[in-house]
Design a protein around this ligand. Structure first.
Ligand SMILES: [Zn+2]
Length: 363
């Protein structure tokens, strides 16, 4: 039986000051919830390898990467990102990108896979903002292209905030189609131009949202063309849960059921188009972190059901052939990533990475 692969990097501890508004604990809680859930088939939770410099440079300037890794960002640049700089933050950012890269490889093999982090769509080529340091989606797409696995990809961004960094980095790249559906009055104030933007008014609820999402995803899967579209090889779905009605930073009014319907519809449309989907979590800032985790969990459960039902991937043979092309980090995917189960059991983290300890709840 094929098991859904889910990639988790909450072992990378990010020290945040008390009262910081970003709910970092959601990643640990989500991974625990996924491992505790009685999913059929069970989810295989995997620790991704951190993204390498070579991979990150596919979407970012070398200057910026060096400033991030050496802690030489200016006070203003750090403030724009929204997290205090630390070595742990950099390692976490690399692992989160690594999770999306691994999820793309797994999706191409199994049809669908999940990164329990990722969706850092506010990261631009030369700066970060809005809790985003590296743009995992563009890095992952270009890594798949570099490895010879895909030619074209769509990025389906359902986070309530516009995917401005993604839009800017991919603007001149005809091989990546970017869709962003977001609150028109939400961050970022100054929007970039995606290939397809849908800006929704405050308070938009399930019905109009889902109608807009459905039509937009259909169009994105045709790369925006009405006839003779080129084949899309991969979708990255940012399943942000901040359109939720009780989100602190969202301005829309989707119910939990509405968000589950969005997930289901996305998987259905991609399946019908024969396009594998790597799903990443993106934003979620509900007043109760339990709600954020529960909505992310329903995304993972739906993905697991899709895999159970035989979601079409590219097939193991074509991926095996692509594997032989190699990557900067050696053999890709399942062979090199380690499962949480195989390392330390379901309730604890993997071996510590240098100075990075086990995850802490409530940071
Ligand atoms: Zn967001």
């Amino acid at each position: 039986m094929v098991r859904l692969q889910a990639f988790a990097c909450d072992h990378c501890a990010v020290p945040l000051p008390p009262g910081h508004r970003f709910p970092m604990e959601k990643y640990l809680l989500l991974r625990e919830a996924v491992m505790a859930a009685d999913l059929i088939p069970p989810v295989c939770v995997v620790v991704p390898r951190p993204a390498t410099d070579e991979q990150i440079l596919r979407a970012h300037d070398r200057d910026y990467l060096e400033k991030v890794t050496t802690g030489c960002l200016t006070t203003q640049e750090v403030r724009r990102i929204g997290f205090p700089w630390s070595p742990g933050l950099v390692q976490r950012a690399r692992c989160s990108v690594g999770g999306t890269i691994s999820a793309c490889r797994a999706a191409l093999r199994d049809g669908i896979a999940v990164n329990l982090a990722g969706g850092t769509h506010h990261a631009f080529r030369g700066h970060g903002e809005g809790y985003c340091i590296f743009n995992d989606s563009v890095i992952a797409v270009r890594s798949m292209q570099q490895e010879g696995r895909i030619a074209r990809a769509v990025i389906l961004d359902g986070d309530v905030h516009q995917g401005n960094g993604t839009a800017a980095i991919a603007a001149a790249d005809p091989t990546i189609f970017t869709l962003s559906i977001h609150g028109e009055r939400n961050f970022p104030l100054r929007k970039e131009r995606s290939d397809l933007d849908v800006a929704l008014p405050d308070g938009t609820g399930d019905r109009p949202y889902l109608a807009a999402w459905d039509a937009s995803v259909r169009r994105a899967l045709r790369m925006g063309l009405s006839c003779g579209p080129p084949r899309v090889d991969l979708a990255i779905y940012l399943a942000g849960v901040d359109p939720y009605e009780d989100d602190r930073l969202g301005r829309l009014a989707l119910s939990k059921t509405g968000l589950a319907q969005r997930d289901a519809r996305t998987f259905e449309l991609c399946r019908d188009a024969g396009v594998p989907v790597a799903t990443v979590m993106a934003g979620g800032y509900a007043r109760r972190v339990e709600d954020t985790v529960a909505i992310h969990l329903q995304t993972v459960c739906l993905a697991a059901e899709c895999v159970r039902d035989g979601y079409p991937g590219k097939g193991s043979s074509s991926v095996a052939a692509a594997d032989s092309l190699g990557t900067s980090g050696g053999a890709p995917g399942r062979d090199r990533d380690a499962t949480w189960d195989s390392l330390n059991g379901p309730r604890s983290g993997p071996p510590s990475h240098g100075s990075f300890g086990l995850p802490k709840a409530g940071v």
